[in-house]
Design a protein around this ligand. Sequence first.
Ligand SMILES: C[S@@+](CC[C@H](N)C(=O)[O-])C[C@H]1O[C@@H](n2cnc3c(N)ncnc32)[C@H](O)[C@@H]1O
Length: 405
Amino acid sequence: MPADTVSAEARLTAFLNWATKNGIKSPKAELRYVGPDAGYGFFSIDQIRDNEVVIEVPQAVMITSAMICEIPAYNSVLQGFKKALTPAEVLALFIYVEKLNQNSSWKPYLDMLPRDFSTPLYTMPELPVEHLPAKARTCYQEQVTEVNDLKAKLAPIIEAFPDAAPFDETHYLWAWHVVNTRCIYCENRCHELVDTMTKSGQNIDDLALIPLMDMLNHDNEPQCQPGFDRRAEAYRVRAEKFVSDGAQLYVAYGSHDNAKLWINYGFRLPENGLNKVELPLSLILQLAEAVGVKPNERMLQILNDGDNYSCHMYDGIVRIPEGLCQACRLLKMSKDQLKDYNRILQKSRLDEKFHRAVTGLALKILSKLSELLGKRRDAAPDELKWLWLEQIDIVEGVLHPARER
Ligand SMILES: C[S@@+](CC[C@H](N)C(=O)[O-])C[C@H]1O[C@@H](n2cnc3c(N)ncnc32)[C@H](O)[C@@H]1O
């Protein structure tokens, strides 16, 4: 149970009673408190067969933008604003306003929501973005822009709810996090007050908050798969394999590396096979130059014309990535060899001397990369060092066995 044990127990009981009253079923699983970091999780209380339904939530209890827009109080306020909100924005508005309403019929659910979040946006207002790896930085900056844009849009709407005014920035950030960390994509009814088109005319996926289902934690190899069942008119989470009694049940929130999990959800996995180091061609060339190998014009032309040199290194894969090997083959070719470069690139076995030269260059490039990542780690504040360490571990995972040989 969370720190305030008594009220936490009372909140859980009230929520489970509310869930049962609203037709939510989960006969073979129960909510358990995992700890302050993960919060609650869902655990099997019996063996569960492949394809068995683990949680069923009737459509009427799913919180969607169309459902919210039909609640008279929300409908009349939203009618007064010219610019329609997106589904995520309507949900954030609902969570913000409803949480302040002590008489809300959703109170038992809202009371179970976390009181705070461990994302950098929530916990590190002064995050030094220059110390984030490039992809993480972009992801974080996009999030900041989204939160600020929505704040400007929602503040006047919130102020139009007499019980919710004045606009409270901390409460808004909390509501935004509830939506961002718990929503699930699903098809929904359209509503005239909801904008489901992007500026470029693409459909925006609709979202839903699904009580109880949103208590499932994430794993890259989950046993459960959620989906809307039209015939049952309910959202159902099914086991996709046999689950033993007492196991925590997981779904996958998406294919996220740890940086993305941390930025979006505030946690990271101890082992995440989706962690990766990006090696775009531009970086390969920069590193090659740093170890004294400068491509001639012909090499550059071939490299820039190809689309298979940029590559990734994944956690747990200890081979030199193929794109880097191919780039190194080119960088090591003589003028004569370059005339027939395609054949040499396609060869499955290189002659021993050339093979050694290519592998040697690839390892030198990776050593240089490890050294540069080490400098970024040393310069980063303590709370961000792990982002660089994970990258270094991936590169060292390839270098280590090579050094042993
Ligand atoms: C959809 S909610 C899941 C229910 C949540 N544990 C709760 O108590 O409300 C998503 C949040 O759960 C936590 N979480 C999910 N999967 C996790 C995991 N594998 N390890 C640690 N925390 C996790 C994170 O705080 C995340 O933002």
